[in-house]
Design a protein around this ligand. Sequence first.
Ligand code: PLP
Length: 363
Amino acid sequence: MMPFNDLHAQYVALKESIDRRIQAVLDHGQYIMGPEVNELEERLADYVGVSDCVAVSSGTDSLLIAMMALDIGPGDEVVTTPFSFMATCETILLLGAKPVFVDILPRTYNMNPALLHGSITERTKAIMPVSLFGQCADMHSINKVAEKHALPVIEDAAQSFGAKHHGKRSCGLSIIGSTSFFPSKPLGCYGDGGALFTDDKDLARKFREIRAHGSLKRYHHTRVGINGRIDTIQAAILLAKLERFDWELNQREIVAQRYTQAIQSSSMVTTPFVDPANTSVYAQYTVEVADRNNYLDRLRKCDIPTAVHYPTPLHMQPVMTGMGFELGMFPVAERAAESVFSLPMGPDLKVVDQDRVVKALLE
Ligand SMILES: Cc1ncc(COP(=O)(O)O)c(C=O)c1O
């Protein structure tokens, strides 16, 4: 079976740099907060175009640290989207705060800014849009609403690192950007990792403090923190992967365009829509169909891997029972959860494999 996301081909292409970078860590032995972490943070802050990057242990911890830095806790509300990975909502719950959902736009699957104003109360402490499948939410409009209410915006950019919105990079579009380096993400490491981005020096200091058990000075703890550090080896791997990251983004775009050209003639399959203000890094190439199970069965029989992101919207997850949510509250997200699925995607996806996917899909 062809890989859903070919990480091995990427490793083969970058083997020399990755091996050399890992060996350097083994040689100096600073496995925790070694020099690669600082080097990575500088490179990524530059890439995104903000003053500070704080590399952390995962994209989940990065959301948690962001909200801890904003002192979000019990009684507070965070406005987010019901169509995302559980981490988005879970981190709000972990802090004892309440997720308030805003339905999505049907074509981009991202938060509908027109519905945002109506979801804000005096308990709202932050707005957390997700930039799903590789393209940014309408951060421009979301920021405008947030400004009116003097609320911070945390972009959950776990799936959109490298994407642009009105010419600016994802993660640098609001006061806090948060991303994930989970292996299958557009920029992935070989384990867990994530990063926070900001232009606010005070917030950056808080991120660093919380990342290290609430301390900026060893054994002097000034607030409640976590063990939120990224491993030096993961930072080293990311530095090697940055060497061909822009090439990879371009390849992803080429693969997506080939898919779209081949599929868009079908009246049965809806291809991804990228807002003209955006570029997508295609963390997923996600299509929409009316009878998803038939398509998934057929593709499986043709040995083509697929994935469903996500079959259940967050408000309908069993863990959310008793919180006042019911089916019908967020109809656009609910319909998307029933009809979307993702095709194999990646910078190393071969043309013959793309053709096989398209043939099996349209047959
Ligand atoms: C939208 C979104 N938010 C948060 C996360 C959490 O990131 P991580 O897996 O690095 O903890 C992910 C990915 O897994 C994600 O897709």
